[in-house]
Design a protein around this ligand. Structure first.
Ligand SMILES: NC(=O)c1ccc[n+]([C@@H]2O[C@H](COP(=O)([O-])OP(=O)(O)OC[C@H]3O[C@@H](n4cnc5c(N)ncnc54)[C@H](OP(=O)(O)O)[C@@H]3O)[C@@H](O)[C@H]2O)c1
Length: 282
């Protein structure tokens, strides 16, 4: 089977490409910079920019059976249109738990608006969709890498809020399963990590994974906004603060999607920290 993977050079995409090729599937990988993609031997790397429909030629889809749709900022409708026109009937879409709009905070959030539009672009063109809706990524915690490397404490608001961060490799494994199974058209899968942990427990899991003591200091939401406002857009800061505030009283629930799709529980946050040791240690 030939699988077209968009987002192939990204954090999830690299795991996905490796998992699919290890399973004997043929992968065609899309990148805007194919010369720098550095993907495994045997992967057919093609240059295309989802934001530029003129790059989405028929050569991309030749002999392709299934497509992994990365939720790029622009161009998913054009990608799906071109793929459907080329006769492709199966699409596995990386979306977000925000698209489920389970909580009032989701509706109108940047993540809901974007991922809902991505899902609709696919659902409106084909019945052959499978939506993967991960919650918060463990990689978001790489924002703590700098203070940990510097030997200082992590500074965070809402330290008793609890989330269930998911390892990027588990999202990729779930995507590989969805791409290679035949019984998942029209299904949606909520994906989280295997444990709901307070931010204090998250710091402890990272400390255990990297083998170093790490302290956490609670700051106010205003201090957080002040500290990250120079680097992170205001609507994203507001979305994060609302999420953490809500999950003090209603902790993130662990969802069964990873186990349902892969047949095994997801990787713990401590395992994720082991896998990212180099990011946290100078
Ligand atoms: N962070 C969270 O908690 C969270 C939760 C739910 C969902 N999500 C979703 O997950 C995504 C992040 O996944 P990730 O970490 O794997 O991403 P990533 O590491 O940032 O990788 C982005 C990938 O998208 C490709 N790409 C971007 N724009 C493109 C374009 N115009 N045309 C072609 N390719 C394009 C890049 O390829 P090239 O650079 O090689 O072209 C790269 O492979 C977020 O954007 C969000 O939609 C995130």
């Amino acid at each position: 089977m030939t699988i077209l993977v968009t987002g192939a050079t990204g954090t999830i995409g690299r795991h996905l490409v490796r998992t699919l090729t290890d399973a004997g599937e043929h992968v065609r990988a899309v990148s805007r910079a194919p010369g720098d993609a550095a993907l495994p031997d045997g992967v057919d790397v093609v240059g295309a920019d989802l934001a530029d429909p003129s790059t989405l030629g028929a050569h991309l889809f030749r002999d392709v059976d299934r497509v992994f749709v990365f939720p790029a900022d622009k161009g998913v409708p054009d990608l799906v249109e071109a793929a459907v026109t080329a006769g492709i009937e199966r699409f596995v879409v990386l979306s977000s738990l925000a698209a489920a709009a389970e909580f009032p905070r989701d509706l109108g959030s940047a993540s809901y608006v974007h991922h809902h539009a991505v899902e609709e672009a696919v659902r409106s063109r084909t019945d052959g969709w499978t939506f993967l809706r991960p919650g918060t990524f463990s990689t978001n915690l790489l924002s703590w890498a700098w203070p940990i490397k510097a030997g200082g404490p992590v500074r965070a608001p809402y330290v008793l809020s609890a989330q269930a961060p998911i390892h990027e490799a588990d999202i990729a494994d779930a995507a590989a399963a969805a791409l290679t199974r035949d019984d998942l058209a029209g299904t949606t899968h909520a994906l989280t990590g295997p444990q709901s942990l307070t931010r204090v427990e998250q710091v402890a899991a990272i400390a255990a994974g990297i083998g170093r003591d790490v302290a956490i200091v609670e700051i106010t939401p205003e201090e957080f906004r002040e500290e990250v406002g120079r680097f992170v857009p205001d609507d994203i800061v507001s979305m994060l603060l609302r999420y953490w505030s809500d999950t003090v009283t209603e902790p993130d629930r662990v969802r069964p999607g990873v186990t349902d799709l892969t047949g095994r529980p997801g990787r713990t946050l401590e395992q994720w920290a082991v896998d990212h040791r180099a990011d946290f240690l100078s």
